[in-house]
Write a protein that binds this ligand. Structure first.
Ligand code: GLY
Length: 376
């Protein structure tokens, strides 16, 4: 970042999902004059449709140790982030600290969990293995098909919609200005809008998720949409209550997750490389419901309230891009499956860069410069 960016400077944040709102909130709280540009802040994009898992450990996989380290740092920031947000917004951001179970249905699924448990133990993050019976004692709604699993109490969840509502309120209280026009592109000192006009600014922060790649030439080819279909189910009168913890499952090799909400649960998610195809497919919904019923048979009594598609912002190495890509142009995007998890550390990193401070050490791996060869 150029050293002439000082508190009081104008900052245009492009994108009103969890990352953009969090960055705007912290920047405005620190004295920057922030304009957030998004036609539908807090309502569109992946943040709105997400399940809300804050789950670096249960998302971990061999070869992705940097993702785990970054996620773990951000998770450690979550309780303070939520407490501060609650105080600033007057709204409950919906942090759920009940923990996570990962369960397996067939023998191959159990073997995958064993590999995950060994990998985590090798990193000094031992998790507890449980039998099917032990799992059912913790979560009586789990069905007889569940044969074994892992208890990961440190992986948390958040009600993403409560969070977005709280962030919007906190931004408003801190004086963030909202510009509800559509963005065409950005460059140094300017946000170009679809209507041909511009927003002049000192710094631009691109937080437009899967759409970020088209906004500045330095981001072309670095961020792509990764389609996911996700369902919201409501517990009807007489139905079994939702699980008290997040339940992640492998069902004959297919992953699914059930993230509890006050009145039901979020069931996700498919994952395809299908560009911006927003259709919810019959096959996607069928697979999610069939697999979830194997895990929790009582779900058949639930109401299906919502079936939607979201677009994760994929990057070439599954790490986000957080840093400067041109003079006065920052990016904070490419969070793939972990936007909600990584919001606190991302917002802190953006704030540090705006101030000319050193970003959190864990965020160094997200420096977009690492991908320069890919974008050429
Ligand atoms: N974070 C879970 C997902 O992307 O489906």
């Amino acid at each position: 970042m150029s050293s002439d960016v000082v508190v009081g400077s104008r900052v245009a944040v492009v994108g009103g999902g969890v990352v953009g709102l969090s960055a705007a909130w912290l920047a405005a709280s620190s004295g920057f004059a922030v304009t957030l540009v998004d036609p539908c802040p807090a309502r569109g994009g992946a943040s709105w449709v997400a399940g809300g898992m804050l789950a670096p450990v249960t998302e971990a996989w061999p070869g992705e140790e940097a993702v785990l380290a970054l996620g773990s740092d951000s998770l450690a920031r979550w309780p303070d982030f939520a407490a501060r947000l609650r105080a600033d917004s007057g709204a409950d951001p919906g942090l759920d600290e009940a923990g996570t179970l990962v369960v397996a249905v067939d023998g191959a699924d159990a073997e995958v969990l064993r590999v995950l448990a060994d990998h985590l133990a090798g990193l000094g993050r031992a998790v507890r293995s449980l039998t099917g019976r032990e799992l059912r004692r913790l979560e009586p709604g789990l069905g007889p098909s569940v044969r074994c699993g892992l208890d990961v109490p440190g992986d948390l969840a958040v009600d993403n919609r409560a969070l977005l509502t709280a962030l919007l309120a906190a931004c408003e209280r801190r004086g963030v200005r909202f510009d509800r026009r559509r963005v065409a592109s950005v460059d140094t000192g300017r946000v170009h809008l679809d209507d041909g006009s511009t927003v002049d600014t000192d710094v631009v922060v691109v937080c437009a998720g899967a759409w970020s790649g088209s906004l500045h030439p330095a981001l072309a080819g670095l961020i792509r949409p990764v389609k996911g279909e996700i369902l919201r189910l409501r517990a009807r009168r007489g139905a079994l209550p939702p699980p008290s913890r997040t339940v992640r499952a492998l069902v004959e090799g297919r992953p699914a997750y059930l993230v509890p909400r006050r009145d039901g649960l979020v069931l996700g998610a498919t994952q395809y490389e299908a560009g911006f195809d927003a259709d919810v497919t019959v096959g996607g919904v069928r697979d999610l419901l069939r697999d979830a019923e194997r895990v929790m048979p009582g779900l058949a009594e639930y109401a299906l309230d919502e079936a939607v598609t979201g677009f994760r912002a994929g990057s070439p190495d599954n790490l986000p891009l957080i840093g400067e890509v041109a003079p006065g142009v920052l990016v904070a995007a490419g969070h793939h499956r972990n936007g909600l998890l990584l919001a606190p550390v991302t917002a802190e990193a953006v704030l540090a860069m705006l101030r000319g401070d050193v970003p959190p050490e864990s965020a160094r791996v997200a420096d977009p410069a690492r991908l320069a060869a890919v974008s050429r």
